[in-house]
Design a protein around this ligand. Structure first.
Ligand code: G16
Length: 544
């Protein structure tokens, strides 16, 4: 089969964001756009020649087209073997699992995670390294640098590889192995959690759950694990068939975009447990009957209860959370005498800590939780962890959370997102905040006094790499915080994220609605940042 060297010119906008390169589908459909980025990966990771690569995506529009292109480019670039999910499907955590289990050199994962899908919506591509995790910044920067200088790419002239049957095929000298996208992952889950006990919970007749796959990738995984292996009744699953456009929805498991599930859990005759995952299966939302568990609390609760779960029965080595995530996990770490790390936003920053055995559990406020079992956050893993806790503790979700607050205190927490804001206005807002750093410490806002204000920077404790400008932090003397960041995953304008946190130790004051409890901080955030003035918005697009 013939390999062609195609001449090309660089695109200026191929800088990976928080999690790979995310753009609108028509951007990816420009001639040479996808190819340039893929060749930049092969040029920046020379070890892929002669290696095994894992390939798959969340099934969104353009997934199969991109996979066929990448297969032909992998063959032309000397890859020995590609493990590709049947029909081009692999959830992000399953891709991580497959890379690790089959000792692949890396993986290319196609996803724009919770962003909507379809011909005019979002697509994305990211590279994962041999630990199964997202490439660290030094690799994503090398890929970007290469994309600015690229002048040709290599591609094999070949017919499309059929991906609907399991088994081995050849593309030139390269082996293409179509694998079951669920099997390795389901086996890993069964090794971590007490499946017999969870099965007994479902069989008890006193427990009902709803899992919303939001027409995205987790449907087949949930069918295999929840229905077949754990015996949950079929009505436990909602929207379990993956669709190319995710049914026109926005598969972001939060109170706004997963409102159908929220309505069920807050409705009459609500089930005991509700959960949802996102486009590529790495995020999770946890609900109880009439109860929402913030992702930050969820991380803290999993950490505090980890030894109840077989996979973590020996205890955990430490916890890591992204900087904007609430400090609830820090309190658990302190009580259990464990190290707790604060990293920039982006799962890639957990990789070194996990590889070095410094931490076992990681989490982010952005509905991401995971552990050292893979190197991605993992939606269904979090759901199974909660099911395992519910099966052991025999309490309601609300009961477990409220008991946790009584023991550790409650970190009231909320994130306000302003989506699709003018980029220049968002940048000006952040610059204005930076300009106030010198005068803020000591300034009083009602009951709150500013203790510090800074731009978060992180030095990786393992490889000493430095990441700067990771979000504006304004901390108050009572431990409350307001954090401002611009999202690195949007594809339209800018998204301003405002993270608000206040600690409440008094058990008689822990029952407030979080927006009420945080009302003063919400007002101070606007006063400090001039949100309405800069963005022209009088309220957030999404509150979580
Ligand atoms: C990605 C990253 C997460 C990050 C999230 C939000 O998740 O992997 O680490 O917290 O984006 O990032 P940002 O605040 O920059 O938009 P996902 O699920 O989109 O891959």
């Amino acid at each position: 089969m013939q390999v062609t060297d195609v001449r090309t010119t660089p695109f200026a906008d191929q800088k990976p964001g928080t999690s790979g390169l995310r753009k609108k589908v028509p951007v990816f459909q420009q001639p040479h756009y996808l190819e340039n980025f893929v060749q930049s990966i092969f040029d920046s990771v020379p070890g892929l020649k002669g290696a095994t690569l894992v390939l798959g995506g969340d099934g969104r529009y353009y997934n199969l087209t991109a996979i066929q292109t990448i297969l032909k480019m992998a063959a032309a670039n000397g890859v020995t073997q590609v493990l590709v999910g049947r029909d081009g499907l692999l959830s992000t955590p399953a891709a991580s699992c497959v890379i690790r289990k089959h000792r692949a050199t890396g993986g290319i994962v196609l996803s724009a995670s919770p962003n909507p899908a379809g011909p005019t919506e979002d697509f994305g591509i990211k590279y994962n390294t041999d630990n199964g995790g997202p490439a660290p910044e030094k690799i994503t920067e090398a890929i970007y640098a290469r994309s600015r200088a690229i002048d040709h790419y290599r591609i094999m002239q070949a017919d499309a590889v059929p991906l609907d049957r399991l088994g081995e095929q050849r593309l030139g000298d390269m082996r293409v192995v179509v694998i079951d996208p669920v099997a390795d992952y389901a086996e890993l889950m069964e090794s971590l959690f007490d499946f017999p006990r969870i099965r007994a919970l479902f069989q008890s007749g006193h427990f009902r759950m709803r899992f919303d796959a939001m027409h995205a990738i987790t449907g087949p995984y949930a069918e295999e694990i929840l229905l077949r292996r754990l015996g949950a009744p079929t009505d436990s699953l909602l929207n379990a068939t993956p669709l190319e456009d995710f049914g026109g929805g926005h598969p972001d498991p939060n109170l706004t975009y997963a409102h159908a599930l929220v309505d069920i859990l807050f409705g009459t005759d609500a089930p005991d447990f509700g959960a949802a995952s996102d486009g590529d299966g790495d995020r999770n939302m946890i609900l109880g009957r009439n109860f929402f568990v913030t992702p930050s609390d969820s991380l803290a609760i999993l950490a505090a209860n980890a030894t109840l779960v077989p996979g973590y029965a020996q205890g955990i080595a430490g916890i890591a959370r992204s900087m904007p995530t609430s400090q609830a996990a820090d309190r658990v770490a302190a009580a259990l005498n464990l190290p707790c790390y604060e990293t920039p936003t982006g799962w890639k920053f957990f990789g070194n800590l996990l590889d070095a055995g410094k931490v076992t559990l990681c989490g982010e406020e952005s509905f991401g939780t995971g552990s050292d079992h893979v190197r991605e956050k993992d939606g269904l893993w979090a759901v199974l962890f909660w099911l395992n806790l519910l099966a052991v503790r025999k309490q309601s979700v609300a009961g477990i959370v409220q008991e946790h607050w009584q023991r550790f205190g409650r970190n009231y927490y909320s994130r306000h997102d302003y989506e699709g804001v003018d980029s220049a206005a968002a940048t000006a807002l952040i610059e204005d905040l930076r300009a106030q750093f010198a005068t803020l410490p000591g300034r009083r806002f009602g009951a709150y006094t500013v203790a510090y204000s800074d731009d978060f920077a992180y030095t990786d404790p393992i490889d000493a790499s430095l990441s700067t400008n990771q979000g504006i932090r304004i901390g108050f003397t009572d431990g409350s915080r307001i954090v401002f960041r611009l999202s690195g995953t949007g594809t339209e304008g800018a998204t301003l994220r405002v993270y608000l946190e206040r600690y409440e130790a008094d058990t008689t004051k822990q029952g407030l609605d979080s927006q009420t409890a945080l009302a003063d901080l919400i007002r101070i955030a606007d006063e400090l940042a001039g949100i309405a003035r800069h963005t022209g918005r009088d309220r957030p697009t999404v509150i979580t």
